[in-house]
Structure formats: structure tokens, C-alpha cells
Design a protein around this ligand. Structure first.
Ligand code: HEM
Length: 422
């Protein structure tokens, strides 16, 4: 992880990523409430305002939140791209992301247009600050690993996602939904999910899976070519959508590339050099399998509506992976920051969050997914799904908080005082 002799000295203070991680499950709680109190027909209809609102509670409040938090730590450590004023940066990006997400999502959920103006303003501040700086820093990096290259593509895709999102939001503000509107919606969705979300997950996996799990490296082709081809296909899709050419060939290419990535990621996790049990592997393996499954559902249009596809991709693939990653990163950072401050009597990395609570969380997460999917067939299951999702997010929140409190308790003592660790 610490290539080129880098250390956590160059990483931001731990409070920077922690505030992002801690906010994500709170948005999960909001999502569960929206699902609970909304008519199923409406929330499962991709084109309804309610669905747009809830999708952004997830994609901005959880996905972007964890990605932005983790990237502030990973850019210096994995890429050598150092943020000069990390606290100021986080003080701009975090509150504006929270306010922007709440305003934009609530404007769609409760149909309050003025909130969309506020949402657009804050999301622009958050995304522009994050991406203008990350593009600037990442394109200056000289030592180019496959992770750095994927991070660069991710930052470009994130910027394009913002521009497309703004275009769509302004169309809603001015009630000017023209003929081409859904061309831009489709471009926004593809850049958001396959560019913004998938490219960073790939880039980070290339380094984190072999490192954290002492697992096989990905083949060079997967590391160096797949993110690049994916990005190229995204650009090509824009033309295909614009000129209304049949998307099928591109769809097959997208699915093949993404399935190849998930196959090699699973292969690497199943062939670890030191196969010790680690509960976060459950999250990773489940997530990558859900990614494969979602690609099959998408390719063959298995269901009439995109509801199940959205559940499997967003909660099954993305959220499972983000949770597994958070459970790996948070204890690791806590331990490493304390260690580098000179505390030498420390809990082990695994002791920051008890394994049985991570397992409990996994159980509720999976059960909520089963009910979300079942709700497609028997709508009333949505109440059970929302309740389980609520519990799952509360456990996630408590688990993160526990690690942070353990960290703070030790950090507030004198490193030389051995009684600090009990
Ligand atoms: C940064 C600011 C963003 C803004 C202003 C924005 C705005 C919008 C708007 C206005 C729509 C509705 C389009 C319509 O159907 O009329 C939309 C759809 C969508 N956005 Fe965003 N978006 C942003 C970021 C993101 C991100 C980061 C993601 C995911 C990573 C995302 C994923 C989606 C998806 C999946 C849809 C389709 C929703 C549906 O079909 O119901 N957006 N976005």
C-alpha cells in the first residue's frame, strides 16, 4: 500500500475520512424510512420523482460519501497525490455534500422545487471542489500504477457525471424536459454507475485485494486495459445514445468486461496465499457475485421493470462492497494512525470492531436484500425489507462509532502511558 516509501504522515487527519464514513449509514436510515412510507408502485418506478429522490439518497449520501471519504485517504497513500489543506478540503466537501444530497433528494421526494435550486448549488460546490482538486493532483502523479490510472479515469467520469446531472437538474428546474432528455438521463446513469462508481472500485481493488487479503494480483490485462476500455465505451455510448443507434453490441461489451473483472476479483479472493478467515471477505464475495448477477439481469432484461436490477446492483453489489471496505479501512487507519503517533501498546487491527457485530450486520444486510427482492412479487414485503434495512444501517453506524471511540479514547492519552490501553 505504501508504495514509494509513503507513509501515513502524508495522509489527512483521521477525522477527515471518519466524518464521511459515519454519515453514510445515516442516509441508509433515511432510505429505509422513505421505502417504508412510500407506495411501492411509485418507489419501484424508475421514472417517478420519488425514485429519483431515493436513488440520490443512495448514490450521493452513501456511495459518493464513502468514496469521497476514502479517496482523501487513498490519494496520498496509494497514489502519492497529497492534499495540501485536508481539513479545509473536507470542511467544504462534506457539509456541502450532506446539504446538497438532502436538498436535491427531498426536492424530488416531496416535490418542492426551491430545494432543487439549493441542492444544485451545494452539490456543485462539493463535486467541483472534490473533482477539480483530484483531477489536478492525480494528473501530476509520475509513478503510474494501474490504481492511479483508474483513479484518473474515475475523476474524469465523476466530473462528467456532475455536468450531466446539472444539465438534468436544470431541465427540471426550468420544467424544460425536451425530446432529448432521456438521452442525457441514460448518459448520466452510465457515467455515474460504470464510470464514477465502478472505475474507482476496480482501481482500488487492484491494490487492496492483493494487499489486505494476501491474494493473487489481477492479470495485467485486467488492470491496465479494462478500465481504459470501459471509459472509452462510455464515451462511445454517448454517441450511440445521441444518434439513437442500437445499444445491444455495446451492452454485451460492457457486460463482458465487467464480468471479467468480477471473475478475476473472485478468483483472487478464492486463491489467497494466506487463507485466514476474515469476515469482510463475506461482503466482498457477496458483492462481486451480485455484480455478476446484476449484469445477467441487465443483459437479458429478465424483469419487466428495473427495480430488481437496481436493488441487486445498488444494495447487493455497491453497498456490500462499501461496507466490506469500510470494515477493512476503519480499523486499519485507527491502528496505523495511533501506531505512527508512537502508541506502542495497541489493540490489534481486528479488535477495533468486534467480528460478531460485523457478522450481525452482514446477516441483517442480506436479509433486507432478500425482502427487497421478494417485495417485487409480494409488495407488502417492502415493510419488512425497510425495517431490516433500518436495523442493518443502525448496526453499521454503531460499529463505525465503536471503532472511532476506541481510537479517540487511546488518542486522548499520553503515548508513553501504558495504562491507556485496557
Ligand atoms: C452530482 C450531482 C448530481 C446531480 C445534480 C444529479 C441529477 C440527476 C437528475 C436531475 C436526475 C433525474 C433525471 C430524470 O429522470 O429526469 C438524475 C438521475 C439519476 N442519477 Fe443523478 N445526479 C447527480 C449525481 C449522481 C451520481 C453521483 C450518481 C451515481 C453514482 C447518480 C445516479 C443517477 C441515476 C442512477 C439516475 C436515474 C434515476 C432514475 O432513472 O430514476 N447521479 N440525476
Amino acid at each position: 500500500m505504501f508504495n514509494q516509501g509513503l507513509s501515513l504522515d502524508q495522509a489527512p487527519p483521521i477525522s477527515v475520512p471518519f466524518r464521511f464514513f459515519l454519515s453514510a449509514p445515516l442516509f441508509g436510515v433515511l432510505i429505509s424510512l422513505v421505502f417504508f412510507f412510500s407506495p411501492f408502485d411509485e418507489i419501484s418506478n424508475q421514472y417517478s420523482h420519488l425514485a429519483i429522490g431515493v436513488i440520490h439518497l443512495f448514490t450521493l449520501g452513501i456511495l459518493s460519501m464513502i468514496i469521497f471519504g476514502a479517496m482523501q485517504q487513498m490519494m496520498p497513500v496509494l497514489a502519492g497525490a497529497i492534499l495540501k489543506k485536508p481539513r479545509l478540503f473536507a470542511n467544504i466537501v462534506h457539509p456541502s455534500l450532506v446539504l446538497g444530497t438532502l436538498s436535491m433528494s427531498f426536492s424530488f421526494i416531496f416535490e418542492i422545487k426551491i430545494l432543487l435550486h439549493i441542492g444544485v448549488l451545494f452539490l456543485t460546490i462539493s463535486f467541483l471542489t472534490f473533482f477539480s482538486l483530484s483531477i489536478k493532483l492525480l494528473f501530476k502523479v509520475e509513478f503510474l500504477t494501474s490504481t492511479v490510472k483508474a483513479m484518473r479515469l474515475f475523476s474524469l467520469a465523476g466530473f462528467i457525471t456532475l455536468i450531466l446531472g446539472l444539465y438534468l437538474a436544470i431541465a427540471h428546474i426550468s420544467s424544460n424536459i425536451g425530446e432529448q432528455h432521456y438521452v442525457f438521463v441514460n448518459m448520466h446513469i452510465l457515467f455515474a454507475l460504470f464510470g464514477f462508481a465502478l472505475l474507482i472500485i476496480m482501481g482500488v481493488s487492484f491494490q487492496v485485494i492483493p494487499m489486505f487479503y494476501v491474494a493473487l494480483d489481477f492479470p495485467k490485462f485486467v488492470q491496465n486495459k479494462i478500465p481504459l476500455i470501459l471509459f472509452f465505451l462510455l464515451l462511445l455510448s454517448s454517441l450511440i445514445f445521441y444518434f439513437k443507434v442500437d445499444f445491444l453490441v455495446l451492452k454485451i461489451l460492457f457486460v463482458s468486461l465487467i464480468m471479467t473483472f468480477s471473475f478475476y476479483a473472485l478468483k483472487s479472493l478464492n486463491h489467497r496465499r494466506r487463507p485466514v478467515f476474515d469476515v469482510t471477505l463475506w461482503y466482498w464475495k457477496f458483492s462481486l457475485s451480485a455484480l455478476g448477477l446484476s449484469m445477467i439481469i441487465w443483459l437479458f432484461n429478465i424483469f419487466e421493470s428495473n427495480y430488481i436490477l437496481a436493488i441487486v446492483f445498488a444494495f447487493g453489489f455497491l453497498y456490500s462492497l462499501l461496507q466490506g471496505m469500510a470494515y477493512k479501512i476503519i480499523p486499519f487507519l485507527s491502528w496505523f494512525h495511533l501506531n505512527s503517533k508512537g502508541y506502542f501498546k495497541l489493540p490489534t487491527i481486528r479488535e477495533f470492531i468486534e467480528e460478531r457485530y460485523i457478522k450481525l450486520h452482514f446477516f441483517f444486510h442480506i436479509l433486507s436484500l432478500v425482502f427487497f427482492v421478494a417485495a417485487y412479487f409480494v409488495n407488502s414485503f417492502i415493510y419488512m425489507a425497510s425495517f431490516l434495512f433500518l436495523v442493518s444501517n443502525i448496526i453499521f453506524f454503531i460499529n463505525i462509532l465503536t471503532a472511532i471511540r476506541k481510537y479517540s479514547k487511546i488518542a486522548n492519552t499520553d503515548p508513553m502511558d501504558l495504562s491507556s490501553f485496557k
